[in-house]
Design a protein around this ligand. Structure first.
Ligand SMILES: Cc1cc2nc3c(=O)[nH]c(=O)nc-3n(C[C@H](O)[C@H](O)[C@H](O)COP(=O)(O)OP(=O)(O)OC[C@H]3O[C@@H](n4cnc5c(N)ncnc54)[C@H](O)[C@@H]3O)c2cc1C
Length: 475
């Protein structure tokens, strides 16, 4: 075994030499500039994580949970020479209370693990459509989006190691003596959000809210022609505003609809309804009639998941199960989309993501779609989008730029397209809510009040004067 140089040798005494790797870099699916890393440290307990953070000279540390932030830089921090603090070995579901609706999970707990534990119970976890092996906590800390809502709304409390090694619990945390209602805000200033998209601490556990499992659930599918996107989005907006739908309705374009069995050349909509058997039947009737009355939609259907003979049956079942908290533990849809198993993504796929927010109105959504097509035509890069309706006013556009990792010119074109997307979308007011490692400077460029940026920096300097934790993508 090669000799470990300081501070890795000191860290090896804490976590064991087999849990310190001195690899200089690792591939990432976005093919963003490969960051030099000084090493990887894998603590197994909270106490080991605290000792690592408190070791003089250990920083700057970049914490990851499972490091599968694909499309945004995977495990990388924007800075070079960080030590990767891989918390994947902290993988305990410490406690679950199904009646009160919470679970305390560590960073290595994946959505597949948690959903399997909850299978058949009255509660479910809000899952994403990423791989089953992705972290519930890591994704929530980056404000990832689940099928029910943005994951950040699932955070009730956080256990955090501060840069000086102190352990604090912010937000709501279970009380051993008596049950208290799960209320993340507490009294006084809410500290929980300080540690989301943040470089103020290393999170070692989260109290996650578990959602009531619906008694019945259906996903209604419908297609429409690309040139009526604005009207179709406005119809969907009305259903959302009138409380007809649950979870995150989605609009897939001609490319992203393919793995879901979409009609060639058309956009595809998924609308989830849930509740009791009777309320679901009624909502299916209402939405189906509404959709027909608009004259915009074709192929309106809610039975693919219940008709075993339907060619799209298997996928339709998986889509409905996703809305019901099952993240497709065999990654069937994930692999259909990416062509690869999760373990191969960082080495074999070329994918960069851009995640802007669009106001939820038809005209703005059509404009965002036009901007995307223009960038695609200008650069020759395949750009595809899925629109996620996050709430009554905000839609997330998940833009994926696919490229061939072995084609140098193709990689450069994809990165040029990504730059253009940042420029064109933000000029139209469509600001990203997550940044990739190569665009961390956009946090400052997009901040409307420089005093607010300065305040964040003052807090960082106060909490972390020695730079123990990397500045990260949102400094
Ligand atoms: C086909 C496909 C589908 C996808 N679908 C979705 C989707 O539906 N929704 C979605 O949101 N994303 C999606 N993604 C993107 C990505 O895979 C997920 O967001 C994934 O959950 C992020 O990786 P992770 O869970 O391993 O988190 P990590 O990479 O471990 O963490 C994410 C970031 O959070 C911070 N962080 C993590 N842990 C800690 C900690 N303990 N302390 C302090 N900071 C920490 C770090 O900055 C880190 O970079 C998809 C990707 C692909 C390829």
């Amino acid at each position: 075994m090669t000799e470990l140089t300081p501070p890795l040798d000191a860290l090896a005494r804490i976590v064991g030499p087999e849990n310190v790797l001195s690899e200089p870099d690792r591939p990432n699916t976005g093919m963003f500039r490969t960051r030099r890393i000084r090493g990887v440290v894998r603590p197994a307990t909270v106490d080991e994580a605290r000792q690592v953070v408190a070791t003089p000279g250990a920083g700057p540390l970049h914490a990851i949970s499972t490091g599968r932030n694909w499309g945004l830089g995977s495990h990388h921090a924007p800075q070079d020479d960080a030590v990767l603090l891989d918390l994947g070995r902290l993988a305990a579901v410490r406690e679950i209370d199904l009646t009160a609706g919470w679970a305390v999970v560590e960073p290595g707990v994946t959505q597949g693990m948690l959903s399997e534990l909850l299978d058949g119970t009255e509660r479910m976890v809000n899952v994403t459509v990423s791989a089953a092996e992705t972290s519930v906590l890591g994704n929530a800390l980056d404000r990832g989006s689940g099928l029910r809502h943005q994951r950040v709304h699932d955070l009730a409390g956080l256990e955090v190691v501060l840069p000086d090694g102190e352990l604090v619990r912010v937000g709501w945390w279970p009380d051993r003596e008596k049950a208290t209602p799960v209320y993340p805000h507490g009294l006084g200033p809410s500290l929980l959000q300080l540690f989301v998209q943040s470089s103020f601490g290393v999170v070692t556990a989260a109290a996650i809210r578990l959602l009531p499992r619906p008694e019945a659930l259906r996903v209604i599918r419908m297609a429409f022609e690309p040139d009526v996107l604005d009207h179709a989005a406005d119809a969907l907006r009305r259903w959302v505003h009138q409380g007809l739908v649950r979870g995150v309705p989605k609009i897939f374009d001609q490319i992203t609809s393919r793995p879901y069995g979409g009609d060639p050349g058309k956009y595809l909509v998924h609308v989830c309804v849930d509740g009791t058997t009777e309320s679901v039947a009624a909502l299916v009737r209402v939405i189906t009639a509404e959709a027909r009355a608009t004259g915009l939609f074709s192929g309106i259907s809610h039975t693919e998941a219940t008709e075993p003979a339907h060619p799209n049956h298997e996928t339709a079942v998986l889509v409905e199960r996703g809305y019901a908290g099952d993240p497709d533990v065999r990654n069937t849809v994930f692999e259909a989309k990416t062509g690869h198993a999760p373990a191969e993504v960082d080495e074999k796929i070329g994918l960069a993501s851009f995640l802007p927010l669009i106001p939820f109105n038809g005209k703005k959504i059509a404009l965002a779609d036009r901007l995307l097509r223009e960038v695609s035509e200008q650069t020759g890069v395949r750009a595809a989008t899925t629109l996620h309706v996050l709430d009554q006013d905000v839609v997330e556009s998940v833009v994926g730029l696919r490229f061939d990792r072995d084609d140098e010119a193709g990689v450069a074109a994809a990165h040029r397209a990504l730059d253009l997307l940042y420029q064109r979308f933000t000029a139209a007011g469509f600001i990203p809510y997550r940044l990739d490692v190569d665009h961390a400077d956009w946090r400052e460029r997009l901040h409307t009040d420089p005093a607010a940026t300065a305040l964040t920096r003052r807090l960082k300097n106060f909490l972390d004067p020695d730079g123990t934790i990397v500045h990260g993508r949102y400094h």
